[in-house]
Design a binder for this molecule. Structure first.
Ligand code: FE
Ligand code: FE
Ligand code: ZN
Length: 300
């Protein structure tokens, strides 16, 4: 099973991200090249990269299983403020360059929110922008993430995703499924095979290059986008277990984006990453209903 989580990208850049992933016993990971909420970025330090590459080799962790996530504030769907739209395009281009320097092959992108535009207009804007961003030299593949449909998000149905893929003048573009988002968008993950058939007929399974594995705090079709820890939400452990073990998606990296566990030591509020535990649960196939408390104990 190729599984990991999102990790930090701090002062020691991809080396720190890798070490964090290894501390969770992960063999895949997803990073942001800076804070996900902003576009302040430092240039890539090749010393950290070379150290990371050595350790990755020792651990048999392939660059195919390292994913980048573009920052949330990139919005290709809204052209109302043309400066912001142009900034999103140029920032995404730079982000792709950073990925190419790191040797990262996949970059996950939220398609965008149309805001005051219609979904149709939003999708047209996304297509236009992606056609500026992706060219024949682009080595890194953009993966459109399936969205929950919160607010005016585009990419909440497979049809919308397909429309964007079809509009882009390149086959160098793929899809990142997000199980929480799919549930919130109205796709019942309890019938995952049915969903996958639908996806295959419409888009083709081979275009799925990454899957965000999250449980959901909300009911089917809620359009909320609030992630829950594995087994504690609407999807439930058995459903998620089936998804991560699906033979058709065997080679696709699975990335956890579940919430940190809050704890208090009496003086201050602390948060602990759940990933080591969740990865272990999914690998051994046994749900631990006491997950939250066990994580608090482990990090205490
Ligand atoms: Fe995302
Ligand atoms: Fe996601
Ligand atoms: Zn989400």
């Amino acid at each position: 099973m190729i599984i990991g989580s999102h990790v930090h990208f701090g002062s020691d850049q991809i080396l720190g991200s890798l070490n964090e992933a290894l501390s969770y016993d992960a063999n895949a990971f997803m990073l942001y090249t800076g804070a996900p909420q902003n576009t302040m970025r430092k240039s890539i330090d090749l010393n950290y990269l070379n150290s990371a590459l050595k350790i990755m080799q020792e651990h048999n962790l392939s660059m195919d299983n390292v994913i980048c996530h573009a920052p949330y504030i990139i919005n290709l769907a809204n052209k109302e403020k043309i400066d912001s739209w142009n900034f999103s395009i140029s920032f995404l281009k730079q982000e792709i360059k950073r990925c190419e320097t790191l040797g990262i092959k996949y970059i996950v992108l939220h398609p965008g929110s149309s805001v005051k535009h219609s979904t149709e207009e939003g999708i047209a804007n996304i297509i236009e922008a992606l056609n500026y961003v992706i060219n024949a030299d682009t080595k890194c593949m953009i993966l459109l993430e399936t969205m929950a449909g919160k607010g005016s998000e585009c990419g909440k149905t497979l049809e919308e995703i397909k429309q964007i893929l079809d509009g882009v003048n390149s086959s160098n573009i793929g899809v990142c499924l997000d199980t929480c988002h799919l549930n919130d968008a109205g796709y019942d993950m309890h019938n995952f095979e049915e969903f996958l058939d639908k996806f295959d007929n419409l888009i083709g399974i081979s275009r799925i290059k990454c899957i965000h594995i999250n449980d959901s705090k909300n009911i089917l079709n809620s359009h909320k986008d609030r992630h829950e820890n594995i087994g504690l939400g609407t999807l439930g452990f058995e459903t998620i277990l089936k998804i991560v073990n699906n033979a058709k998606l065997k080679d696709v990296p699975k990335i956890l984006e579940t919430p940190y566990i809050s704890a208090s030591d009496g003086n201050k509020e602390l948060v602990y990453p759940p990933y080591k535990y969740e990865i272990a649960m999914l690998r051994n196939g046994n749900f631990n209903a006491n997950l939250i408390n066990d994580i608090r104990e482990y990090y205490k």
